[in-house]
Design a protein around this ligand. Structure first.
Ligand code: FE2
Length: 374
């Protein structure tokens, strides 16, 4: 699932308008009450279908002249590791980006996996602004049963109440978001509204590099495998009977290609990927178990993003390029974040399987990359 607490708290109360809300006492204490999760029984949506959404990064200038303008003397950014993750500490407000800079942001997370932006006023601009900001990048995902701010079902809310306490077993799960949908997420934003001073970080893992390190022979042996992904069981156990749109089960290639970089990544979640299709259960478990072991056993491919000490932090990542997990190593603090989840193309293993428009855009982008290198 995601960063925790899609589960509806038992303390929530249903109003006469059919909207389930957290108790009044939570609203009084919350730093951002308009962002508290609600569950509207009257709000129903159809199941997600395959979307056609050429990634905005395909339109970007590979030299980043708009996002990282040379004239921006305030810009302060560092690479978190040589190849995975970048942190912008000053000089950029996501809320002020031009369309060309937004395209470069989409390219940035495709190329670097994720980007951390500190001191963002996006956090304070409320659900309507954030929804319109996210929609620039493509259609937004609507979660089957997760809490959403009232009137804005396009957000997935992470809300862990203070009294829940320390329980790491309940939430740790390495995953890619919403992999059960027919078209799965690309660029994704998580904004920290309220959280512990220390802890509650998010772990990112480079699933592209995990794949790239396999021998060519082993890569060949993974060709053609597809896995089944589902949130049907989760909707029954975590939804407390609330369903906003139907849960889904879909099959996706175990290795998927990125339309911008044309690089391949492993594509599965620990909890929401049931099995590799066409294999017996024990055969499937051997392969998935080996892949899980490779994902967790290479610490140089793991990065822990700290939230606590920096106000207004927004983390942006590409769900095709990396895996992530919440880290519930804190207690005596609420944790409250909002997620904007943009849907990408239907996952495919090989470049030839991308639709014609995306293939053409991707080839043109690679030509621009080659020109920019000369
Ligand atoms: Fe997540």
């Amino acid at each position: 699932m995601t960063e925790n607490i899609t589960r509806i708290p038992n303390t929530s109360v249903v109003g006469k308008d059919g909207i389930k809300r957290l108790p009044e006492s939570v609203y009084k204490k919350a730093k951002y009450p308009e962002w508290l999760p609600t569950w509207d029984e009257n709000e129903k949506f159809p199941a997600h279908e395959i979307v056609h959404n050429p990634d905005r990064g395909l339109f970007a200038d590979p030299l980043y002249p708009n996002l990282f303008s040379k004239s921006n003397k305030e810009l302060k950014k560092i690479d978190i590791t040589p190849n995975f993750g970048v942190e912008v500490q000053a000089g950029i407000q996501l809320s002020q980006l031009s369309d060309a800079a937004k395209d470069e942001l989409s390219l940035l997370v495709a190329e670097k996996g994720f980007a951390v932006f500190r001191h963002q006023d996006l956090i304070d601009k409320g659900p309507k602004f954030n929804k319109e900001f996210g929609e620039y990048f493509g259609p937004l995902h609507i979660h089957s049963f997760s809490g959403a701010p009232e009137g804005h079902p396009q957000f997935h809310m992470v809300y862990r109440p203070e009294e829940l306490g320390f329980n790491p077993d309940s939430v740790h799960s390495i995953h890619t978001d919403c992999n059960w949908e027919p078209s799965t997420p690309s660029i994704t934003f998580l904004g920290m509204l309220e959280g512990p001073k220390v802890g509650g970080d998010t772990l990112f893992i480079d699933s592209q590099e995990v794949y790239q390190r396999f021998s060519e022979t082993f890569k060949k042996s993974l060709e053609g495998y597809s896995a089944l992904h589902s949130n049907v069981v989760a909707s029954q156990t975590n939804g407390n009977g609330f369903i906003r749109c139907p849960p889904a089960t879909n099959s996706h290639p175990l290795v998927r290609i990125h339309p911008i970089t044309q690089k391949k990544s492993l594509y599965f979640s620990y909890k929401f990927t049931d099995a590799i299709e066409g294999l017996k259960k024990d055969e499937s478990e051997v392969i998935l178990g080996f892949l899980r072991q490779k994902i967790i056993s290479q610490p140089d491919l793991h990065v822990r993003v700290r939230w606590g000490e920096e106000p207004g932090t927004v983390v942006v990542w590409d769900n095709r390029r990396c895996l992530h997990s919440p880290l519930a190593d804190f207690e005596n603090s609420a944790r409250h974040c909002y997620r904007i989840t943009v849907l990408a193309e239907h996952p495919v293993e090989n470049f030839e399987e991308l639709d014609d428009e995306i293939k053409e855009l991707s080839q043109k982008f690679q030509e621009r990359v080659n020109i920019s290198k000369n």
